[in-house]
Design a protein around this ligand. Structure first.
Ligand code: ARG
Length: 464
């Protein structure tokens, strides 16, 4: 019997080198080693409690696995492509160390439920890391929001100056988006955190397994209730990648804004030098590489979402080798997202705001035109009429090259007799902000209310 392969007994010739490389996964799934061992130890403990494995065998397995873990951590374990994947590499190493007890570990288990368990254990940990990082980015944004509750900037629609908003309010919009991203991660984690182990290859096992024991040992919230489904579906991976894509999409929006704002044409912000690079030819350049790359990398995460969802399409039950293709997209998604969130929180702390430029931009776009219309409505004019009156005033100011607030009272009164001296309070950007003092509005008081609310939410989340 050829002893290299675990399943070589029924084959007449060895697998071709090309096929070995094509079907092997050790190059990437060795990354799951720690979680594979965690799953194996719980499985062995359960088998022992169920009377399937002796106490001596369990002790030997625990000792052997501790050594293997140390070897992996020290980078001393030789991974072999002949052994295909992380599961067989570890099992073989265990058997080399402890003999028959190592060969008994796989009782009542298959690589199909083993790998599905590994991936879920691993992903569950990654999601927790991502959740913490989302919160630290929110904290960085809250710091900016708090500092700039009163900083006036133009709010845009169609990328045209629309109405004044506070920069703090703008930052809070992203805090909200990230808050939903956090919820999506938490929600997805509940479905990731279910245990396939016990499903064996597809139909369950003839041994008296006690799945609730293994689940408890591994901290799974639930147990997969159908063995065929347990080994075959990767919907949780699709769901996670969709949630990750949305985080990246949100950050791509902020990135686009940072890039625009840093352009001298806007000059709203500066990003600390350590997050920018220069040009090899143009000495004056300082490029916002980090936000540009975040924008670019969002495409790659969305690509993984499409890859994973397509992987599942039309797969008959139960396990198919196709599912081995779930790993690389998942690994790259978590790596990309974790790196992105980490660097983003740092970078936001390196953003300096230029309030005078923001204010100057507000003054150039007739951003308080709506406020003038509202002013006339409050004095009794129907809104449609006031809209028309203000449009004429804007055209006049535009031709004169000044802002509405710079038109003399007599000129303004030429457009409507309802206008009096108090109009200048609503024509300033500050007056415009303060007037929007309701839940969700841009008034500085509301911005402070929201930052305080979020600080409390984040502190409560940390307390649990
Ligand atoms: N490397 C495989 C995967 O990632 C492990 C499961 C293989 N099972 C099998 N029967 N070939 O999906």
């Amino acid at each position: 019997m050829n002893s290299t392969k675990t399943w070589s007994g029924r084959f007449n010739e060895p697998v071709s080198e090309l096929v070995k490389k094509y079907t092997g996964s050790i190059d990437f799934d060795k990354r799951l080693a720690q979680w594979d061992i965690q799953g194996s130890l719980a499985h062995a403990q359960m088998l022992c409690q169920a009377g399937v494995l002796s106490g001596e065998d369990l002790a030997a397995i625990e000792r052997g696995m501790a050594e293997i873990l140390a070897e992996i951590e020290a980078g001393r374990l030789q991974w072999s492509l002949d052994l295909e994947d992380v599961h067989m590499n570890i099992e073989r190493r265990l058997t080399d160390k402890i003999g028959d007890a190592g060969k008994r570990l796989h009782t009542g288990r298959s690589r199909n439920d083993q790998v599905a368990t590994d991936i879920r254990l691993w992903l569950r940990d990654q999601i927790s890391i991502i959740q913490t990082l989302i919160q630290s980015l929110q904290t960085a944004l809250l710091d900016l929001a708090e500092q700039h509750a009163e900083t006036v900037m133009p709010g845009f629609t169609h990328l045209q100056v629309a109405q004044p908003v506070s920069f703090g309010h703008h930052m809070l919009a992203y805090v909200e988006m990230l808050g939903r991203d956090y919820e999506r991660m938490a929600d997805c984690r509940r479905r990731v955190n279910r245990m396939p182990l016990g499903a064996a290859a597809l139909a369950g096992t003839t041994y008296p397994v006690r799945r609730e024991v293994t689940a408890e040992l591994l901290g799974f919230e639930q147990i997969c209730q159908n063995s065929l489904d347990a080994v075959s579906d990767r919907d949780f991976a699709v769901e996670f990648t969709a949630a990750a894509s949305l985080v990246m999409i949100h950050l791509s929006r902020l990135s686009e804004e940072l890039i625009l704002w840093m352009s001298p044409r806007f000059g709203f912000i500066d990003i600390a030098d350590r997050f920018c690079t220069g040009s090899s030819i143009m000495p004056q350049k300082k490029n916002p590489d980090v936000p540009e790359l975040v924008r670019g990398k969002s495409g790659r995460v969305i690509g993984h979402l499409i890859g994973l969802i397509t992987l599942m399409k039309s797969q008959p039950l139960a396990y198919n080798k196709d599912n081995q293709e779930d790993k690389e997209p998942l690994f790259d998604t978590t790596d990309t997202l974790i790196d992105t969130l980490r660097i983003y929180a740092d970078m936001m702390r390196g953003v300096s705001v230029k309030p005078e430029n923001m204010r100057a931009a507000v003054m150039q776009g007739f951003a308080t035109a709506t406020d003038l219309a509202d002013y006339l409505v409050k004095k009794g004019m129907p809104f449609r009429d006031s809209h028309e009156v203000v449009a004429r005033a804007v055209r006049h100011a535009d031709e004169a090259g000044v802002d509405l607030s710079q038109l003399p009272l007599a000129v303004l009164q030429g457009f409507s007799g309802l206008i009096s001296e108090d109009v200048y309070q609503v024509l300033t950007p500050e007056g415009s902000l303060n007037a929007r003092n309701h839940l969700g509005g841009t008034a500085p008081e509301q911005v402070r209310f929201q930052t305080a609310r979020w600080r409390r939410l984040l502190a409560d989340a940390q307390a649990v």
